[in-house]
Design a binder for this molecule. Structure first.
Ligand SMILES: Cc1cc2nc3c(=O)[nH]c(=O)nc-3n(C[C@H](O)[C@H](O)[C@H](O)COP(=O)(O)O)c2cc1C
Length: 398
């Protein structure tokens, strides 16, 4: 997939630079052409010779070094790159790019390129949560630069927290996604995610454990594959994806209205949200007081969003999710019929590694013709692409 792709790897001055040696080695094994540019600071951590040997290419550090060809090197590097990957990306380099500073080879090439630039930040967790760094990253995200989120854990500086550079294999997955098929071009996808909430009184609400991770992963992967994505989401703790239209809602009825506004001209509706089936019959105007040992409340059924759109859909492909604790296949089959889904992604939320809060899932996909496919434990991002592959297949058949 990366055969012949020109990937320019920028290495900046963080301890994670040693992992980039492995990353470059792995990218080479996938037959990518790798050109490395290091900052001066990066050379304090890893020798240019390491990257030169692994990339089988000259490593640039100094912009004013004797040119290797008659070309203006920073311009030709900028033009030749299909992708620029900065790993690790220091707070300093991110800050420089966000503010238009081009004072070394790497920042100058980034300033001069029209290629996609992807940063894999790595830094101390306090640096990562510094509002200045956050603002720089937000600014760059809004301008179309992409970030591969760092992981959390024990950092090289001895502190715990977010800031550890994503692992080389995850970075490679991301890069593959970038060069992957653009098979959702000209397709509008409406994707729902997260829980809904229903107020009980002015200070309380009911909800469920949905994290929104599956819906967000679907939205991000669909976007990478060229889709025009609208993400309709209940409240989650997730960072809103950049470059995607995000509609925030609270209640199930608000979710229904939001989908209604986007449905007519969409080709694909993926219902990855977990909207509440019921809401309190009466929402108290004042805070419910603690009085009796038992508090009785009545609940009224919320509209069934999937059923509603299943009834009115024309040529749209509709995919549903079923979070179950028992009788998975039977209830999924029943849902497919009742709600007119093309297929359902069912999971047993009682299984370790499946369901709401995790980054992984174990699912069974059941389609309207009764075909059943079981999938092992996998990252939600990978599952998102399996689901999108199935949708693309259905589209090419129709
Ligand atoms: C041992 C050591 C580790 C460092 N690790 C990081 C790091 O992981 N992330 C970061 O943003 N800066 C880190 N720094 C600070 C950067 O090296 C410094 O800000 C430098 O100016 C970055 O330059 P560059 O962006 O041109 O590579 C580290 C410094 C030292 C001495």
């Amino acid at each position: 997939m990366l055969n012949g792709k020109n990937i320019l790897v920028g290495v900046t001055g963080g301890i994670a630079a040693y992992k980039t040696a492995d990353l470059v080695s792995k990218l080479k094994k996938l037959d990518a052409n790798i050109q490395v540019i290091m900052t001066e600071a990066a050379t304090e951590f890893v020798s240019p010779l390491t990257f030169q040997t692994l990339s089988q290419n000259f490593v640039y550090v100094d912009m004013f070094e004797e040119p290797k060809t008659w070309e203006v090197e920073h311009i030709s590097l900028a033009e030749k790159a299909d992708l620029i990957l900065v790993a690790p990306a220091t707070a300093n380099t991110i800050g420089k790019i966000a503010n238009g500073i081009a004072d070394d080879m790497l920042s100058t090439v980034i300033m001069a390129t029209e290629a996609k630039v992807i940063f894999a930040p790595a830094m101390n967790s306090h640096m990562y949560s510094n509002p200045i760094v956050e603002e720089n990253m937000n600014k760059l995200s809004n301008l179309g630069y992409e970030f591969i989120e760092p992981g959390s854990g024990l950092l090289a500086c001895g502190t715990y927290g977010a800031g550890r550079m994503a692992e080389p294999l995850n970075i490679i997955e991301y890069v593959k996604g970038y060069f992957g098929p653009k098979d959702l071009e000209n397709q509008k996808l409406v994707i729902t995610a997260g829980p809904t909430i229903e107020p009980l009184d002015p200070v309380r609400y009911m909800t469920n454990f949905s994290s929104g991770k599956m819906g967000y992963a679907l939205a991000e992967e669909a976007k990478k594959r060229g889709g025009d994505v609208v993400l309709i989401t209940g409240p989650t703790n997730l960072k809103p994806p950049t470059d995607i239209k995000v509609v925030n809602i609270n209640t199930t009825r608000e979710m229904l209205n939001a989908v209604e506004k986007e449905f007519n001209d969409c080709q694909i509706l993926i219902k990855a949200a977990a909207p509440l089936d019921y809401r309190p019959n009466v929402v108290s105007n004042s805070k419910i007081k603690k009085k009796n040992d038992i508090l009785e409340m009545k609940f009224i059924k919320n509209p069934d969003i999937s059923r509603h759109f299943g009834k009115i859909k024309k040529s749209q492909i509709m995919v549903g999710f079923a979070a179950e604790t028992d009788n998975i296949i039977e209830s999924a089959n029943e849902k497919i019929k009742r709600k007119n889904f093309d297929f359902i992604v069912a999971n047993d939320v009682s299984k370790e590694g499946a369901g709401f809060k995790t980054d992984t899932n174990i699912v069974t996909i059941i389609d309207k013709n009764g075909n059943i496919e079981n999938y092992p434990l996998m990252q939600k991002k990978k599952l998102a692409n399996i689901i999108l592959d199935k949708i693309v297949k259905l589209k090419t058949k129709s």
